[in-house]
Write a protein that binds this ligand. Structure first.
Ligand SMILES: *Cc1c(COP(=O)(O)O)cnc(C)c1O
Length: 366
């Protein structure tokens, strides 16, 4: 017997979302499937295998994440979104054919001091207004020109990242686009990559040669409000647990830690086998619901480490052993994220290791 909780991952939906991202491009751009942070909590190896035959490449955050994929026999190009952190990583980057991002002069110097025999493809990062990683436009042109002359560099792809693409009307988007367009033009139009999920869905001018879809692959909208382009995405993870106990609560009784919820009119209550130890957010606002038999049942009382408690008033047929959906095909993870004052990215990546991932759809990647 195992604790009744699982994250069911629909690999067909993942593939459909990847294909949808590519369809958004009018100029047949290629797409790096962003599978950092264990594919946003979905399992990087399973995700990579499901996409390997179709994907033009993958993007991860570190050499460790990339090696996990190479050890699982993933042959596609892999881009390291933060490049390398020290010279020790260069040998593995070269040996395993990884493509580091270069965002600083320090990294260029490290490359120069430790030239590898096999020439590298690198992604050179322009800071077009995010002000996190990357070179200013002037530094970028100098760095690009310098790297072009190095024998240990094979290809350079210009890249930049949007700060506000999830708010399509934000003025910074136009500024970043213009900064990139100008810089890329100055360099004679080398290949470029700007678009994350929200830009793929709403900013065709940002598509260039390489898209970088992340959250949209997992079927979660990058926008805080309903958006027509995002409505076609198919949820990939359905998180479910079970009703493990039910009881009736009388008026005036309280539920759970801190006795924070007091019963008004007597109500049937259920206990569900998931808690913050599984990654379900503890700071969830009143009004958040779970789904049982297709019916929304509100969470009452505090989220515990291993359990939550729900009001079964509208689902009198609910019984011990019934499946409870926390998010997925019936209840969007974005809605739960809004109730927890966060974004779907955080909820998905925080599902802990004790939640078994169960894969459905084409699990062979063929
Ligand atoms: C994570 C990441 C992405 C993917 O972003 P989404 O909003 O999930 O689509 C793209 N590019 C870079 C540089 C990233 O770090």
């Amino acid at each position: 017997m195992t604790r009744p909780i699982r994250a069911t991952i629909d690999l067909n939906a993942l593939l459909a979302n990847y294909q949808y991202a590519k369809q958004m491009s009018a100029n047949n751009a290629q797409a790096l499937a962003v599978i950092k942070a264990d594919a946003y909590g979905h399992g990087a190896i399973a995700a990579a295998k499901a996409l390997d035959a179709e994907a033009d490449g993958f993007a991860v955050a570190s050499v460790e994440e990339a090696l996990q994929l190479r050890q699982a026999n993933i042959k596609s190009p892999i881009v390291l979104l933060e490049g390398f952190f020290s010279a020790e990583e260069l040998e593995a980057i070269s040996h395993y054919n990884l493509q580091p991002l270069i965002h600083s002069q320090q990294q260029i110097e490290v490359l120069h001091k430790h030239p590898q025999n096999k020439a590298l493809t690198v992604w050179l990062k322009l800071d077009s207004g995010m002000h996190r990683l990357g070179f200013s436009p002037e530094q970028f042109i100098t760095a690009f020109t310098e790297l072009t002359q190095r024998p240990y560099i094979k290809n350079i792809i210009c890249t930049s990242h949007f700060a506000c693409a999830d708010e399509p009307d934000h003025p910074l988007n136009k500024k970043q686009l213009a900064c990139c367009a100008q810089t890329i033009k100055t360099l004679g139009n080398p290949p470029a990559s700007l678009a994350n999920s929200p830009a793929i869905l709403t900013m065709p001018d940002s598509h260039y040669q390489w898209l970088r879809p992340g959250i949209m692959l997992y079927g979660s909208s990058p926008f805080a409000y309903p958006h027509p382009q995002a409505s076609a995405l198919q949820p990939v993870m359905t998180l479910t647990a079970e009703l493990i106990a039910t009881k009736n609560l009388e008026a005036g009784e309280t539920v759970g830690y801190g006795a924070s919820f007091q019963v008004g009119k007597s109500l049937p209550m259920g206990v569900v086998s998931i808690g913050y130890g599984d990654g379900y957010p503890r700071y969830i606002a009143e009004g958040a619901a779970v789904v049982i038999h297709g019916i929304r049942c509100p969470i009452i009382g505090r989220v515990s480490m291993d359990m939550i408690t729900v009001d079964l008033t509208h689902c009198p047929q609910a019984n011990i052993g019934d499946t409870v959906e926390l998010w997925g095909t019936q209840l969007s993870v974005n809605e739960i994220a809004a109730h927890a004052n966060t974004i779907s990215y955080e909820l998905l990546t925080k599902i802990t290791q004790r939640v078994p991932r169960h894969y459905i759809g084409n699990t062979t990647g063929e």
